[in-house]
Design a protein around this ligand. Structure first.
Ligand code: 5GP
Ligand code: ZN
Length: 137
């Protein structure tokens, strides 16, 4: 399904032009308009899924295989030193466009880009309480 109000539906399906670096039946991969680093790209499914929670499992597995393939190619062609592969689901997590997309962010030595979080220091008891909350019914 497509969402007629969704800009990424329009981009993914070619109704709005984009800097496309890859396309197949199910995906279009475009350069981000406001890149964190040179080559920052977004994997867009052509169907509209709001976020990770709506993504069918077969598309989810294809996304990571495609991320690996493109990151490998881009590493060779752009000469980057590493990659951050990121996905934001939900406004609280920083999602701003509500059509699932995976960020591919090439990293270069000394690029001074920040993708980080404040590290907390939970006790073993606190970690155990969280573990139980997740695994217990
Ligand atoms: P989010 O914050 O939802 O994880 O990421 C949205 C990303 O989409 C941002 O990095 C933003 O720069 C990018 N973006 C937003 N609108 C457009 C657009 O119209 N074209 C392209 N190529 N990127 C966009
Ligand atoms: Zn959409």
């Amino acid at each position: 399904m497509k969402d007629s109000d969704c800009i990424f539906c329009k981009i993914a399906n070619g109704e709005i032009p984009s800097k496309t670096i890859y396309e197949d039946e199910n995906f279009r991969v475009i350069l981000d308009l406001a890149p964190a680093t040179k080559g920052h790209a977004l994997i867009l499914p052509k169907e509209h899924y709001k976020d990770l929670f709506e993504l069918p499992e077969n598309i989810a597995s294809d996304v990571i295989v495609l991320a690996k393939k493109l990151a490998t190619e881009m590493k060779e062609k752009l000469g980057c030193d590493g990659f951050n592969i990121m996905q934001n689901s939900g406004e609280t997590a920083g999602q701003t466009v509500f059509h699932f997309h995976m960020h591919l962010i090439p990293r270069y030595k000394g690029d001074r880009q920040k993708i980080e979080w404040e590290k907390k220091e939970p006790s073993q008891e606190e970690l155990e309480a969280v573990r139980k909350q997740i695994v217990e019914q």
